[in-house]
Design a protein around this ligand. Sequence first.
Ligand SMILES: Nc1ncnc2c1ncn2[C@@H]1O[C@H](COP(=O)(O)OP(=O)(O)OP(=O)(O)O)[C@@H](O)[C@H]1O
Ligand SMILES: O=c1[nH]c(=O)c2[nH+]cn([C@@H]3O[C@H](COP(=O)(O)O)[C@@H](O)[C@H]3O)c2[nH]1
Ligand SMILES: NC(=O)CC[C@H](N)C(=O)O
Ligand SMILES: [Mg+2]
Length: 724
Amino acid sequence: MKRANSENSGGSTAESSGHNTPENDEPGFPPTKRLLARSEERGDSDTEEIRQKMNGCGRVNGEAIEEDRIAILDSGAQYGKVIDRRVREQNVFSEMFPLATTAKQICETGKFKGIIISGGPNSVYAPGAPTVDPAIFSCGLPVFGICYGFQLLNKWAGGGVSREKVREDGQTEVLLTHGDSVSPATVASGFRIIASSGQHVAGIAHEKEHLYGVQFHPEVDLTLHGRQIFHNFLYNICKCKGGFTMRSREQICIDEIRQTVGEENKVLVLVSGGVDSAVCAALLHKSLGKDRVTAIHVDNGFMRYNESDSVIKSLNALDLNVHRYNSWPEFFSGTVNCDRKGPKLDQTIDPETKRQIIGNTFMRVKDRVMDELNLKQHEYFLAQGTLRPDLIESASSLASGHADTIKTHHNDTALVRELRKTGRVIEPLKDFHKDEVRELGSSLGLPDHIVHRHPFPGPGLAIRIICADRPYRCADFDETSIKLNILANLGREYQSNGERAFRDDICTSLEGWDLSLLTNSLDEIHTTLLPIKSVGVQGDSRSYSYVAALSSSAKPIPWILFEKIASLVPKILHNVNRIVYVFGDPILYPIENITKTHLTRESVQKLQLADHLATDALFGRDENGEKDKYLNDVSKVVQQMPVVMLPVHFDRDPFTQPNSYQHSFCVRPFITADFMTGVAALPGRDIPEENLFAMAEQIKRLVPGTSRVMIDLTSKPPGTTEWE
Ligand SMILES: Nc1ncnc2c1ncn2[C@@H]1O[C@H](COP(=O)(O)OP(=O)(O)OP(=O)(O)O)[C@@H](O)[C@H]1O
Ligand SMILES: O=c1[nH]c(=O)c2[nH+]cn([C@@H]3O[C@H](COP(=O)(O)O)[C@@H](O)[C@H]3O)c2[nH]1
Ligand SMILES: NC(=O)CC[C@H](N)C(=O)O
Ligand SMILES: [Mg+2]
């Protein structure tokens, strides 16, 4: 293995990191003492915060944990808190600290057995990129670097990290999401390559120094054997004993609620009918009793068809005081700020602005409701069923210091953050993931139809109507369209030199991947780049890019081929976030225009109908309506199925029919455990194909102005569950 000298490696040369000195005969390892001293001198601005965190460390709800501890240094990954969970579920206590935490701070406690460094949105070679105290790698504790953490490790030890032509996003057997890479030639000396992915290095180890790094994400569910990797690190390498068991999480939540609210005060809880708020309300009920808890459900105008009625029915059955408020005019005319200046929600296109308006309007409606119910602000706390992923994706400082905002969840807007600072917000589930909340709900005795209900986002259908007033076409649109078509038809004979060169380029870039399904396919795949944007998450950062539509006359529909194309497109075309299949005949005309779309009552009603038809067709409905809709076999495989309205009118010759006025609908059946990562459900394998055909036919027939129906084939990452 050669020592790297990548231009992009940020100048981490043998000389600058003090390698090969007489004090340390192992190449690549700077002398520990010198680095520990240097780390003390740094005087980082985070120091006070870290010191406080370190002092408070090792306690769960006041109880000291004396067992082995693992320090997780947070580079801002979306998956940081998933690492924490993976470690704790193996009965080892873990705590997250800012990346700037020094080796000295960790070592002087004498309680840590190892260090894990998380992934993050930055590039290790970018100016000002967050970095780690170099002594971390030589303090004697085993270190496991994940993604950004792996890149920091390799760079520190004299290896290289560089921006690659091909970024990797998505699942193979492991989840990869990165744009920077280590190549075999740039692995730091002394390290052994223990895993590869195509041409990239996926794992390195220096057994003697107990230093390990992986480019992929072992912490997420999508990585097969990820738990085993943590087990090996914790038990075989760090020699943890595994004595930590969490006290009943239910009791921890109850104690926290009682401590915060005290003897006299009361709680107003926002309930949507979803599992998180139902569990939150049940915990409050158990902790404080019925009379001290008031629940309000807000119909913001973006609920599903008749949903608020059934929510009230099922919440009343839980013995809660629930008040329902129909506030849709307030939401449609809501603005980001209280002064009502700036664009109203029904004039807004930008998804982040839509989300902020909705979140802030929830808070304003809450204030109005309190006045109406004569509840005194100083006696009341506000409770929300906020979960860990809501905070991570909103880049809340409650979750991480370096994370990128993927999307602002409505329950974590600026106004909510202001209220939190006053200490009057209770979020007992803020450390939970969705599957853990369901477990807690069952143990609290909530009925199955609530516990297994599919999630529905607070902003509801408002973030499932893609608003637009002009097509989204950047300079790269035409080139991306051409490349998309070549990529989807790799088996075709290409005449032009340019096309052949691009095809060969793709094949070289994807060396190591099995492309036979694509190169052997005789089916013609039609591709249409849609001039609209959708939100995604790539390399721990937010992305906002094009949607690619696939169609074909091939029968039966080659779903496995489409799935493969969907997984490869974002690897090659980084400006494509989502890949959909369009039901029906192949799409022949390009999409030049969009249908001007805003949030109006009419657009919401159309989507309510499409969503209602799609949900019934896929999950069925018993004769009583709602009851078992989310308890059948398909709904156990698919954990959520957003239906999204797109401002796209297909099958129009743009020269003879320039005006676009119809909409299309896309269903997104999604398979996941914790909603941090997941994959699209594939027809014929995960969900019945005939249900989807029936659904597409019904939407087209019954929803006025429908152009086409499609299904989303994108995994998360690079897509997200919701489109905005
Ligand atoms: N329509 C609504 N009325 C009142 N509160 C709401 C409404 N929608 C969302 N909330 C509040 O925002 C919180 C977060 O919403 P979120 O959708 O994540 O959770 P949920 O609705 O309880 O569960 P699920 O994720 O299963 O839908 C809820 O727990 C609830 O406190
Ligand atoms: O209460 C919510 N308020 C929001 O603003 C919000 N945005 C996304 N979601 C839900 O969160 C889960 C993950 O969604 P994404 O993969 O789209 O980020 C999915 O279940 C989404 O439906 C929200 N829930
Ligand atoms: N997930 C990560 O840690 C990504 C690291 C880095 N931002 C990259 O894209 O390579
Ligand atoms: Mg919800």
